[in-house]
Design a protein around this ligand. Structure first.
Ligand SMILES: C[S@@+](CC[C@H](N)C(=O)[O-])C[C@H]1O[C@@H](n2cnc3c(N)ncnc32)[C@H](O)[C@@H]1O
Length: 373
């Protein structure tokens, strides 16, 4: 284990309070106000730890832009609306959406840009990419909800939900245990399976998916924070009227298992190895998300794979147009880059199947684009 600035802080909390739930550990590693992973760096690109879809190619943001403009039209093209992005990274996705939006009369003038971002480093990058649109930044959903509750909203999030801390529970013959972090004699960290105090209550209240029947030894992942976040987000869309699009690593069926992973320099690493200096994520359970949305009477679209979503919106046609103009400029290298990026986004062995897309709307009469051909 590398002794990072967060190690002592985590050790002191464990010494005072006992084994630390995985979600608390993940929350500190990613979001500690001084030493959290997202607080201290821009993690994207070759020099960083991972690359996201908007950073791979402008085509991704252009497809999401087409989706947002289409949704705005279907909502009756309101003269003012909130265009909200959660976890906007470098602001690349929003900049691409607005570039598409400029081609549509009235869209950019109507969009009030709101961003939810906890990282001061990434806020700076977002300011650079988006300052001409005068965005408003928020730390919480509460702040967005109270900003202008009379306006309809279109909300988007790419790779945001998988950053909200998760817990892991294992079914044993004496009941459920919760993965927690404790300290070895030499000061390093290890995972400890701590008995859940009221197993029956936990199973009844926290295992949301009614079709899921756990068996002995199963590991189940529950993000209480993600559930609370989604609950509040759905309420905002319900109260103000609008739609929301979410894209993330994840699965649609009733699956269980350990999907937690840490990434550093584009390679997997141990989540306990360098606290605060690697990204920690997990696969989002889109089956549970859909259930939660339907439980609050939202019209749910998907989940579908990222490949299906982007192809339905026409990414292959856009790629062909970009390749064509590259060959007209005698730039086979650019045409080749377009092809590589397209494959990264839609190939089933790359991001195409691994990433899922889901949307919900407060208006059941709207058919959102990208989900049916
Ligand atoms: C994996 S990055 C995705 C960035 C961007 N959406 C993209 O696709 O390139 C996660 C983003 O969410 C932000 N984030 C993570 N947890 C957050 C939280 N609890 N509140 C606000 N922002 C958060 C990070 O700082 C970062 O901008």
């Amino acid at each position: 284990m590398n002794e990072t600035p967060l190690c002592k802080i985590i050790r002191d909390i464990i010494k005072a309070e006992g084994p630390m739930p995985l979600s608390t550990y993940m929350g500190l590693c990613l979001g500690h106000p001084e030493y959290g992973y997202y607080i201290t760096r821009d993690p994207f690109g070759k020099k960083g730890d991972f690359t996201t879809a908007p950073e791979i190619s402008q085509m991704f943001g252009e497809m999401i832009g087409a989706w947002v403009v289409d949704t705005w039209h279907k909502m009756g093209a309101p003269a003012q609306f909130i265009l909200f992005e959660m976890g906007p990274g470098r602001g690349t996705l929003m900049a691409d959406i607005l570039r598409v939006g400029h081609k549509v009369d009235g869209f950019v003038g109507a969009a009030k840009i709101h961003l939810m971002e906890m990282s001061p480093v990434l806020r700076k990058a977002q300011f650079k990419a988006l300052s001409e649109y005068e965005p408003t930044w928020h730390m919480t959903l509460e702040s967005i909800a109270s900003h202008d509750p009379s306006l309809p909203i279109i909300a988007i999030g790419n790779e945001f939900l998988d950053a909200l801390p998760v817990d892991q529970y294992t079914l044993t013959d004496t009941g459920w245990t919760q993965k927690s972090i404790t300290i070895n004699k030499n000061g390093s960290f290890r995972i400890y399976d701590r008995a859940v105090l009221d197993s029956v209550y936990f199973e009844k209240n926290s295992l949301q998916n009614t079709l899921f029947k756990p068996r002995l030894g199963d590991i189940v992942e529950v993000s209480h924070e993600q559930k609370r976040f989604m609950n509040d987000l759905i309420d905002i869309v319900l109260n103000q009227g609008g739609s929301c699009l979410l894209i993330d690593y994840g699965f649609s069926n009733n699956r269980c298992g350990d999907t937690l992973q840490a990434l550093k320099n584009h390679a997997y690493c141990d989540i306990l190895e360098t606290p605060g200096e690697c990204d920690i994520t997990y696969h989002v359970n889109f089956g549970n998300l859909a259930e939660q949305m339907m439980g609050k009477n939202m019209m749910v679209h998907g989940p579908v794979s990222q490949s299906t979503f982007l192809k339905t919106l026409g990414i292959e046609i856009r790629a062909e147009a970009l390749r064509h103009s590259a060959s007209e400029m005698n730039r086979p290298d650019i045409a080749q880059d377009v092809e590589v990026a397209l494959m990264r986004l839609i190939d089933k062995d790359q991001m195409g199947d691994l990433f899922k897309v889901i949307a919900f709307s407060s208006d059941s009469t709207i058919q959102l684009a990208g989900f049916t051909i």
